[in-house]
Write a protein that binds this ligand. Structure first.
Ligand code: RIB
Ligand code: CA
Length: 311
């Protein structure tokens, strides 16, 4: 089986952690590296948390890189209110022993995309898009070499989760998001419209808890992570956002969406970071994104649980 080469760009974050575990548990994928960015918590913590997760998976050889510590043109906005002070609240795991790579994440992205065969590397950003956009801006030659970008971010009918109009990953660095959405790369977007259908519930969390060695940690993260969304949305569980990207690479048939135009608002204070998704194709703007609107939630959680149990 030819493994699909991927790079996960991340701001762990409990849901990021599950996405990284899913990738490491899946033999279909070759995780070339984990690039960290400031987002849910500051960069120092996201770079630490990514290594905690790789060591939890028993994969300390995974290459983890620190990237941009702030958005391209704005102050950093973080989300400790959702993820806790550490960014991985819910369970205390040992500090990482594995080293952080000395190369900057943006240089790793550029170097890897230039070295690997064109069209062989997929990027999975599950955080603000600062690293990805900086790499594209610094080295436009990498754009045609990217196989696909499968990102978690944005929203259409679901609106926003950090403002009424914007989802967190896009809102934190809208200028970066505009660069990525305008780059002309094959783009699949996992917005709140689909992740809000991938909700945890008691049975699903208990299935996580019993999913092998990493299960208890995943259940503890989910227990912590879901309290915010349950209170905010009055739902039974919380959306497990980021693993949707990796699950899409493994079983795309679990997801459905439309190839539409998506633009990023970078001017208005009121709607900054909004993904203006032309779901009904009422504008004449050219489609640029496979915008996912639905998921087979049972199948998604079955895949997650089965793979986590392999670690
Ligand atoms: O809005 C959800 C996104 O913001 C997820 O990637 C979560 O980890 C946070 O980064
Ligand atoms: Ca994230």
């Amino acid at each position: 089986m030819t493994k699909r080469k991927i790079i996960i760009d991340t701001d762990p974050g409990q849901d990021d952690a599950v996405a990284i575990l899913l990738a490491l548990a899946s033999p279909e994928l070759e995780l070339l590296g984990v690039t960290c960015v400031a987002g849910n918590v500051p960069l120092e913590l996201t770079a630490k948390n990514a290594r905690i997760v790789c060591e939890l998976a028993g994969r300390p050889e995974t290459r983890v890189f620190a990237g941009c510590d702030r958005p391209m043109a704005r102050k950093l906005v973080t989300a400790e209110h959702v993820h806790g002070k550490t960014g991985l609240d819910g369970i205390t795991l040992p500090d990482p022993i594995m080293p952080l790579e000395t190369q900057h994440a943006v240089d790793f992205l550029i170097e890897t995309l230039r070295r690997e065969p064109a069209g062989s590397v997929t990027l999975c950003p599950i955080a603000p898009l600062t690293n990805i956009a900086t790499a594209i801006q610094r080295a436009p030659d990498i754009v045609p070499r990217i196989a696909e970008i499968v990102l978690m971010g944005g929203g259409c009918f679901e609106g926003g989760n950090i403002t009424p109009a914007a989802e967190f990953n896009i809102y934190v660095d809208p200028e970066a998001a505009k660069i990525v959405f305008d780059a002309g790369v094959k783009l699949t977007v996992m917005p709140l419209d689909v992740t809000h259908k991938a909700l945890t519930n008691r049975a699903r969390v208990e299935a996580f808890r019993n999913a092998g060695r990493v299960g208890p940690a995943v259940a503890s993260w989910t227990d912590f992570f879901e309290r915010f969304d349950k209170e905010k949305y009055g739902s039974e569980g919380a959306p497990l956002h980021d693993p949707c990207t990796v699950a899409y690479l493994l079983r795309p048939e679990l997801f459905s969406g439309r190839f539409i135009n998506v633009e990023i608002e970078t001017g208005s204070d009121l709607t900054l970071g909004m993904t203006v998704a032309d779901w009904w194709r009422v504008s004449r703007r050219a489609p640029n994104a496979n915008f996912i609107g639905d998921v087979d939630a049972e199948g998604y959680f079955e895949l997650l649980t089965e793979r986590l149990a392999r670690l």
